[in-house]
Design a protein around this ligand. Sequence first.
Ligand code: PRP
Length: 229
Amino acid sequence: MASGTAVEKPTGQPTTMKRQCGVIQVQHPLVKHHVTRLRNKDTRPSEFRNLVRRLSALMAYEATKDLLVKPHAVETPLTDAEGSQVIGRIGLVPILRAGLGMVDPVLDLLPMAEVWHLGLYRDEDTAQPVHYYDKLPAKRPVDVALIVDPMLATGGSVAAALMTLRDWGVPQVKVLSLIAAQEGVDMVAAEFPEAQIYVCQIDPELNDRKFIVPGLGDAGDRIFNTVAN
Ligand code: PRP
C-alpha cells in the first residue's frame, strides 16, 4: 500500500449492521467495495448484474439471520448428527423489473422459497408507482416475505408492495434494497414500522426527477442494458 494512503478502519466486527428504526444498513468492506463499482457510470451491464448478485447475497445473509429453525437429525457417511432445518414458508417478492436481478442470488441461499412477482413501474411524470402485474393468491400468505428491488427512491414502489403484502396477510416482511434515498427510507419506516428494511447504502437526496443522488442511475436499465432506449 502506498504510504500516506488513508485507510478506513473496519467497523464491521463483531456486528455488521447499523440499525435505525427498522432500517438496517449492512456494514461490510465487501459491500462498500461492490457498491462503489455499482455506482460507477462506466460499469457495463454484465459487471453490473454480477455486482447486483454479489450484493444481494451479502444482504440476504444478514436479512435471514433471524429465520426460525427446528432440530433436524442427519445421517452422515460416518454416523448420526444433530442438525437444523429452516421452518416456515418464505416468499421472495421481486418488484419488476429491476428486482428480477436479485432473485437468483437470494434463491441460491433460500432454495425452498416461493417467488411471487409484483409488477410496478414509476410514472415518469408523477414518480408515483403504477401497478401492472400481481398474481398473489388470495389465501395462504407466506410466513416471511422478502421484497427485493435494487432501488428505493421516493419509497412509493416499496410502500405499494408492502400494502399488497399487508393485504395478503404476511406476518413478517423484510425489504432488501441495494441503494436508498434518506427521505424514501424515512417514509417507508414511518408508514410501515413493522417492516425491516435492509439497505447497502443510504444516499442523502433525490433530484428534481426523483432520482437518487449520487445514486447509480436506473438499476433496471443498467441490469437489462436498456439505458439508451
Ligand atoms: C425503479 C426501481 C424501483 C423504483 C424506485 O423502477 O427499480 O422499483 O423505481 O422508485 P420509488 O422508490 O420512487 O418508487 P422503475 O420504475 O424504473 O421500473 P423498472 O424496474 O421497470 O426499470
